[in-house]
Write a protein that binds this ligand. Sequence first.
Ligand SMILES: NC(=O)c1ccc[n+]([C@@H]2O[C@H](COP(=O)([O-])OP(=O)(O)OC[C@H]3O[C@@H](n4cnc5c(N)ncnc54)[C@H](O)[C@@H]3O)[C@@H](O)[C@H]2O)c1
Length: 262
Amino acid sequence: MPRLAGKVAIVTGGAGGIGAATAHELAREGAAVAVVDIDEAKANDVADEIRATGARAIGLGGDLADEDAAKSVVQSTAKEFGRIDVLHNNAALTASDFLSRDTTVSEMPIDVWQRSMEVNLGSQLLMCKYAVPEMRRGGSGSIVNMSSGAALSGDRTRLAYGVSKAGVHALTMYVATSEGKQGIRANTIVPGLILTDAVRAHLSDNILDGLGRATLTPYVGQPHDVAELVAFLASEQSRYITGQMIAIDGGMSAHVSMNTGD
Ligand SMILES: NC(=O)c1ccc[n+]([C@@H]2O[C@H](COP(=O)([O-])OP(=O)(O)OC[C@H]3O[C@@H](n4cnc5c(N)ncnc54)[C@H](O)[C@@H]3O)[C@@H](O)[C@H]2O)c1
């Protein structure tokens, strides 16, 4: 029996990269999946691919920084599949043109700051706000929020991204705390370098090489590495894990280069 048989999952930012890999993995594990993205056409493509494997999936569009859109995504999923068991809050602003404007404290354009908070953090709040009552009705649930290693320490640029992701850690702990006795768990995944198209587009080869050297494993992470962790956190196998930050970074956060420079 697949470990997510009978479960219903929502994956935000599911049009590509880690989200698409996760939507496929949850479906392979038996879940019916709502693939949600601001890019509705690509979300529909991923849902089509999943249905072609014989699993159940729908594609939904929406800017999840908007409360009505988040509410509508949850309602449409519950209407289509009858319940919601798993929420993977994966959507975030990763486009190069946006990130290139996300700079330092003295240069930060306020629109970049606000949009980062609304999308990277606010969408996770809104999705939890509407999914949690559905999970309570079903008697259990697992929420898997996406952060980043950028939230664990300072950097010379991308202040808004790092701060918005740091907020995800607190959101997760508060949701885990208020909903734990209702059978709802919440955890944060903290990825290091995961080779997606978005990362290839906004990081230079030089930086990618450096990150590869800072990774302790002989290889760097792929989207399916994260997808398998989400499936574990979504399943009953992780029933005693809640409120946690779980790094998946090939050990990048476990060392510092004081002597060798890499
Ligand atoms: N790839 C990495 O190395 C890495 C590292 C750390 C954290 N992450 C996090 O993993 C997640 C996935 O990243 P990815 O590399 O697969 O990038 P990606 O660009 O493929 O995924 C992000 C998705 O979010 C969608 N999105 C953006 N704004 C949205 C909105 N307002 N409403 C709905 N959808 C929206 C995008 O269209 C995109 O499909 C992100 O949360 C990212 O911050 C990635």
